[in-house]
Design a protein around this ligand. Structure first.
Ligand SMILES: [Zn+2]
Ligand SMILES: [Zn+2]
Length: 304
């Protein structure tokens, strides 16, 4: 099966600690890398995880808070030092052009490639990007500043070819793609072999949603139904629900409730408050509502 995996580069919150890096993840879909959020030191974490800069085409920023954004200019600068020539696309809320372009002008004159900045409307759920393998949608969130999450939906896959059958009927390689697309094969003697005998059904397409930072917002579950992996912030424990409301963040139970009501397959919680030395009690609170929950941690890779 082609790759669809999420690497967590950082899962801390706004106040830096030596326990966590700031928010950033990389989604690998069929060997194309999509970064979501980019805190300070993200490029170091990117290297630590042996991810390939030349496979990184897009950076999706959820909101213009430093713990999600301060690393962007560092990566842009490094990519130029590495001699990149292909465009880099940076997506984020309205205002991202004004936040990023002056930094590029000051720190990266003579950039070896072009940075395309795409301001987004964070209030609507819409498809903002697609290529051959994936569609990316915004998820409207509510935070202290305009903020959206992102939903990555793999496009339907082609069925698997049964090699033994192909060999048995001596089918030429040139016909394989047609068979995958659902065409029957006609042998030289006129016998028609239905494509269903030559293939097994495609794997179901996979999906990943990233929801951070946000106050508890139950209406987002309409966009998340059946998602394979949901990353949802759980900055605070249930005991700190009032703080969560005040700072526009979520608790562990609230994250789990979103996962449960979305019928997600798996939940990963993160964006942990710097006040906690050990997040396992957040995990317990979330698992009480949604058992298939894991704690985010740096360098964790989740395969879908
Ligand atoms: Zn944050
Ligand atoms: Zn924030």
């Amino acid at each position: 099966m082609e790759k669809f995996e999420v690497t967590i580069l950082g899962c801390g919150c706004a106040l830096p600690t030596i326990r966590h890096f700031g928010a950033s993840q990389v989604v690998n879909i069929h060997e194309k890398l999509f970064m979501v959020d980019c805190a300070e030191a993200t490029q170091l974490q990117f290297r630590r995880n042996r991810l390939k800069f030349n496979h990184l085409g897009h950076i999706f920023i959820t909101h213009l808070h430093g713990d999600h954004f301060f690393g962007v200019i560092g990566i842009i600068s490094t990519l130029s030092l590495l001699g990149r020539t292909s465009d880099l696309h940076v997506w984020g809320p309205t205002g991202i052009e004004e936040a990023l372009r002056p930094q590029i002008d000051i720190f990266c004159p003579g950039l070896s490639y072009s940075v395309e900045i795409h301001p987004l409307d964070t209030k609507t759920h819409q498809m903002v990007f697609e290529d051959r393998s994936v569609e990316v949608y915004t998820i409207p969130l509510r935070h202290r500043v305009p903020c959206c999450g992102y939903l990555f939906k793999e496009k339907p896959l082609l069925p698997h070819i049964l090699r033994d059958m192909i060999n048995a009927y001596d089918i030429p390689v040139s016909q394989i793609n047609n068979i995958k697309l659902g065409m029957d094969y006609t042998c030289p003697d006129g016998t028609v072999i239905p494509f269903t005998r030559l293939t097994t059904p495609a794997d179901p397409p996979r999906s990943f949603a990233y929801c951070s930072d946000t106050v508890y917002k139950p209406d987002i579950t309409q966009y998340l139904q059946g998602v394979d992996l949901l990353y949802h912030e759980a900055t605070f424990s249930d005991e700190e629900e009032q703080a969560a409301v005040r700072f526009y963040h979520s608790t562990a139970s609230q994250a789990a409730t979103i996962a449960r009501d979305s019928h997600a397959r798996q939940l990963c919680i993160g964006h942990f408050s710097s006040r906690y030395e050990d997040e396992n009690f957040l995990l317990q609170q979330a698992q009480a509502i949604f058992p298939n929950t894991v704690l985010a941690r740096e360098n964790l890779v989740i395969r879908l």
